[in-house]
Design a protein around this ligand. Structure first.
Ligand SMILES: N[C@@H](CCC(=O)N[C@@H](CS)C(=O)NCC(=O)O)C(=O)O
Length: 311
């Protein structure tokens, strides 16, 4: 896995030496917001007004963070307003995320690092998906999924007429702490577990992960959704990790104390969300399995993609 340093691609795996074998995710660097009228959002610069055909989304079907944005694009009926490029499942160290021929009508890039350099020729940092690109200012609006879904949730409503709200004001003080715990110990927790390079770091992450899954199971034994009776972004943010859990994280990331299939209430939530129109088409299990098992050679050097599980 590589990254950009001063606009040049370098091949280096995550540094876990300085953190006692613990995987630390770096902060996303592009943090502007699309807003209805182009006024500045909570962070970054203004002048990113919600307009049809102005924005382009780069995603991987394997990536749980990118998956959130694809789900919101469908649920909020933004398919005709925001175009998409899908990167290749395999992410080779030599150049990171690869864009298949013909898949990028906007920047005509062959790799995601070229998209980052097109926005900032001296960029230093990880080259991650999702990326929301502005075709008007020729730059990256945001590479932070939690913020991209917030933009999709509300800022284009006047263009689509879709007013579904997955982050309602009245529930925000319930949603925020749920998000925080789920992000730290589940969404990112599976990566902390899988990318740990010491036994101690692994033990710490896997324990925290399953304590939080047990906590979620408990919430869902008394509530339809995480924040109560209303389906919110907290459920969607958890969902994309859950669908990858049994097929990939149990084996590849050694998250194997229990499976999602062993949690009846969490499984009920997954089944329910999968059945919502527009969701199933965002899930490509073959792509997901190939990406993880093929790309992370430090944990799966022979790149064998397992046959199961039969789901
Ligand atoms: N904070 C980012 C994280 C995105 C992220 O880490 N994406 C992964 C794929 S699942 C990636 O592109 N990794 C490549 C790398 O770290 O070099 C978000 O939520 O949007």
């Amino acid at each position: 896995m590589g990254m950009l340093v001063d606009g040049l691609w370098t091949n280096q795996w995550y540094d876990t030496k300085s953190t006692g074998g613990r995987f630390k995710r770096s902060e996303a660097r592009f943090r502007n917001f699309v807003t209805k009228d182009g006024s500045p959002g909570p962070t970054g610069e203004g002048d990113f007004a919600a307009e049809a055909n102005r924005y382009h989304l780069y995603v991987s079907l394997a990536c749980p963070w990118a998956h959130r944005t694809l789900i919101f694009r469908n649920l909020k009926q933004l398919q005709n307003l925001i175009s998409v490029s899908i990167v290749d499942a395999k992410m080779p160290d030599q150049h990171g995320w690869t864009i298949p021929k013909g898949e990028d009508p906007v920047n005509h890039a062959k790799t995601m690092w070229q998209v980052y350099v097109a926005a900032d020729k001296d960029y230093t940092g990880r080259v991650t998906v999702p990326v929301l690109w502005d075709k008007k200012q020729n730059t990256i609006v945001s590479n932070e999924s939690s913020e991209i879904i917030r933009m999709f949730n509300t800022e284009f409503d006047h263009l689509t007429g879709n007013d579904l709200d997955f982050y309602p004001h009245a529930l925000r003080n319930k949603i925020d702490p749920i998000n925080e715990r789920i992000y730290g110990s589940i969404n990112n927790g599976v990566y902390k577990t899988g990318f740990a390079t010491t036994q101690e770091a692994y033990d710490e992450a896997v324990t925290d992960l399953f304590e939080s899954l047990d906590w979620v199971e408990d919430i869902l034994s008394n509530n339809k959704y995480l924040a109560g009776d209303t389906l919110t972004e907290a459920d969607w943010r958890l969902f994309t990790t859950l669908v990858r859990f049994d097929p990939v994280y149990v084996g590849h990331f050694k998250c194997n104390i229990r499976r999602i299939a062993d949690y009846p209430n969490i499984s009920r939530l997954v089944d329910e969300l999968r059945a919502i129109p527009g969701v199933e088409e965002t899930i490509d299990m073959e792509h997901i399995k190939v990406h993880y098992y093929w790309s992370h050679t430090s944990i799966n050097p022979h790149r064998i993609v397992p046959a199961g599980p039969a789901l």
